[in-house]
Design a protein around this ligand. Structure first.
Ligand code: ADP
Ligand code: ZN
Ligand code: ZN
Length: 712
């Protein structure tokens, strides 16, 4: 006897096929079973889908239904919760379930043939068993003990609001430990923003749990792994051998049949939001998944996202998360750093470093301490100009300037990658005096080398070198870390103390535990105060707080660590709150502004981005779909009321309007209710599809919906 099976596959985006196709199978297979099925003239991976949750499959012709090609033997079906998570993700973020689910599975499930797969599964498990020294956990601080007691007593989700160095990681370790000890099957998922930046965390988890549960108990899942590594981790989590999965945002989709605890560390970090395909937020999905699977969810941060902060207001006021507060750093002498503002209005014009900051840097390095200087702009200068005729180093393919990189004397477009050698003279008027304008990290590095040329490091005086050694400067940014392993190498050099002054972009401000850094300087942070992106102040505040958290972790140095801000707006509320390390004050002020302006978290947003050969076509497409929503759709049955709540702004060019000769436009959609917005978007998708073929949209290349966009 044969059975009809609904199977979820990744059908091409614009194929007329739905993502759930019907196949024939000799055996009735449970939903969640991984199968190989024919699709067109190839064979592809599919997941037997629960017919009840399947999207409408449409009519099918029984005569044309094909047989499944095979079952992935030895792999138990994916759980119902996993299917629901993927179904929800696809529906909420407006993508096809096939695309989302198949992208969430390790690529090798698709690539390996049955024999290879069987070999992979048979591979002997190296059972390390318990072994090695069991690391004693430190006695909890009173703040940690209180937080843990609350986690035990309440169902959550929790927002663990703890200063950098307050021992949040220790709380995660403790909760995971207790869970695994109490339930021999239980699994925990621990997410971090960027695994490369937090090798210390991975080591801490391995050191704590490998001796107890074997080397296999802790596995990683992130995009820096090879496909075989990913498959191995995935299988071990899916089979239950892995008790802890440590990963980046992609790990939120890991198959964990006994998931009981989810930790999202640095929950405010923008890298939890995917920038392509389904633009999901792994933090938001973690909360959803926790509810779905009955797993506790801990979100942790010293500077929570304003969304999470708002959700953790008192329950009486409508809060849904329980806020746990750990304000103190562990260890009495590692005090929070002193924040100093330098008023750049009183400094020489165009000064890169103010006089007092230079003096402070010199003093620190001479004493053998480390300094971190950051500026959010790589390259030497953001633009090259000719003062005679006004020529600027524009990119011919983008509406942006090409950045001057002095190291290899190139002009590079940071948007499309177009690179040329710096011209000898102005291409327009021949003036040989073309000059860099503004500054980037390369220039800071060069400038610091000049400033510190006479400084000698204390303690480096030897009989052979009676003057002591020069100051060592290193730069870490996207340019200096392009090759695999470079970032790790450079970070290791900083940790080892082989660097005295570290210059870099925001890359260096996040997550690292640079214990010997006692001075952190933000050279020019003001830009974010005036950005058109309403989230810019939030990001700046958290970046500066994180940077401040880097400073002065090593109590043995005994020096008062400092954070210096060079600003033309010393009285700005953001800096005032920062000076007091007062995130709640900053958040309260920001939330008030957001509430008045009806912005998230007080409303829900979605962004539709369109790319076309001309700006007119991109905007025409968006505006036509908008008009349709406001007129035709409003006349659809039952839609009038919902549409009154959905506000569609007119299409506008994106901040960088043209990239690689493609014109880009966007349309913002706002709605007080997330649910209504989701319903609207789902219905509106077909309108967007239909609008595409209108004559004024000729030249449209692609469009995509971004639900809960982070950058506007
Ligand atoms: P966070 O994650 O909040 O930045 P960590 O958990 O990394 O903080 O803790 C900061 C430092 O304090 C780490 O070196 C950690 O080992 C140490 N630490 C944390 N909790 C304790 C404790 N209860 N007793 C002693 N040291 C602790
Ligand atoms: Zn010129
Ligand atoms: Zn370009």
């Amino acid at each position: 006897m044969s059975h009809w099976l609904p199977v979820l596959v990744h059908t091409p985006a614009h194929a007329a096929l739905g993502p759930v196709l019907t196949y024939r199978s000799e055996h009735l297979l449970p939903a969640g079973t991984l199968v190989r099925v024919p699709l067109g003239n190839r064979e592809t991976l599919g997941v037997v889908w629960d017919a009840a949750t399947a999207e409408a499959t449409g009519e099918f012709d029984p005569a044309k239904v094909r047989d499944i090609a095979g079952v992935l033997e030895g792999i138990p079906p994916l759980s119902r919760a996993w299917q629901q998570l993927l179904g929800f993700t696809a529906a909420y973020y407006q993508r096809s379930a096939g695309e989302v689910a198949l992208a969430a599975l390790p690529p090798q499930l698709r690539e390996l043939n049955p024999e290879q797969m069987a070999r992979r599964l048979k591979r002997k498990k190296v059972d390390a068993g318990a072994g090695g020294a069991v690391l004693a956990a430190p006695a909890l601080t009173p703040e940690q003990a209180t937080a843990i007691a609350q986690i035990d007593a309440h169902p959550g989700p929790y927002l663990l609001f703890g200063a950098t160095g307050s021992g949040k990681t220790e709380v995660y370790l403790h909760c995971v430990h207790k869970l695994l000890a109490a339930d021999p099957d239980a699994q925990a998922l621990v997410m971090v923003p960027e695994i490369n930046l937090t090798p210390q965390l991975e080591e801490r988890f391995k050191a704590r749990f490998a001796p107890l549960y074997g080397e296999q108990a802790v596995v990683s899942l992130h995009s820096g792994m090879t496909n075989p590594q990913r498959l191995k981790s995935w299988l071990s989590a899916h089979g239950g051998a892995a008790r802890i999965v440590l990963g980046t945002r992609m790990a939120v989709f890991a198959s964990l049949p006994k998931l009981r605890l989810i930790v999202v560390d640095e929950e405010h970090d923008p890298s939890y939001k995917s920038g392509e395909g389904a633009r999901y937020s792994a933090r938001d999905l973690a909360v959803y998944r926790g509810k779905l699977e009955g797993a506790k969810v801990i979100l942790g941060s010293a500077t929570p996202s304003l969304e999470s902060w708002h959700h953790s207001r008192p329950a009486e006021e409508g809060g849904r998360y329980l806020r746990l507060h750990m304000p103190s750093r562990v260890g009495e002498s590692s005090k929070l750093p002193l924040v100093r503002r330098v008023d750049m209005n009183h400094q020489p014009r165009r000064a890169i470093f103010s006089t007092p900051l230079i003096a402070a840097i010199k003093e620190r390095v001479a004493r053998g301490e480390q300094v971190m200087v950051f500026l959010n702009r790589r390259g030497y200068a953001p633009v090259l100009t000719c003062e005679d005729c006004g020529w600027k180093s524009e990119c011919p393919h983008c509406s942006a300037f090409r950045v001057f990189h002095k190291i290899d004397r190139t002009l590079r477009c940071h948007h499309c990658g177009f690179t040329e050698r710096v011209p000898r003279a102005c291409p327009d008027c021949g003036n040989v005096d073309i000059a860099p304008f503004g500054r980037g990290t390369e220039q800071l590095e060069e400038h610091l080398a000049e400033l510190l040329v006479d400084v000698r490091r204390h303690g480096s005086v030897t009989p052979e070198n009676p003057d002591g050694e020069h100051v060592r400067i290193a730069r870490i940014d996207a340019d200096s870390t392009k090759l695999k392993g470079q970032l790790e190498e450079q970070l290791a050099a900083v940790h080892a103390g082989d660097v005295d002054v570290l210059v870099g972009t925001q890359m260096i401000a996040k997550g690292h535990d640079f214990r010997r850094i006692t001075l952190v300087a933000a050279v020019n942070p003001d830009g974010a105060l005036f950005s058109s992106d309403f989230r810019a102040p939030e990001r700046l505040f958290s970046l500066l707080m994180q940077a401040a958290g880097r400073a002065g972790r090593d109590a043995t140095l005994g020096a008062q660590s400092e954070v210096w801000l060079q600003t033309f707006q010393p009285e700005h509320g953001l800096y005032a709150a920062l000076k007091k390390h007062d995130y709640p004050a900053f958040a309260a002020q920001q939330l008030k502004e957001r509430e008045q302006a009806n912005m998230p978290p007080f409303s829900a947003q979605a962004l539709v981005r369109a790319e076309a050969k001309t700006q007119e076509a991109a905007q025409a497409f968006l505006n036509a779909a908008r008009t349709f929503a406001q007129t035709e759709m409003a006349a659809w049955d039952g839609w009038a009321e919902a549409l009154e709540q959905v506000f569609l702004y007119p299409a506008v060019p994106m901040a960088i309007q043209r990239v690689a000769n493609i014109e880009r436009a966007q349309m913002l959609i706002e709605c007080p209710s997330r649910t209504t917005l989701q319903q609207f978007l789902t219905a509106w998708q077909s309108v967007l599809h239909a609008t595409r073929s209108q004559p004024e949209c000729k030249g449209l290349i692609r469009w995509a919906i971004d639900v809960d966009p982070l950058a506007i």
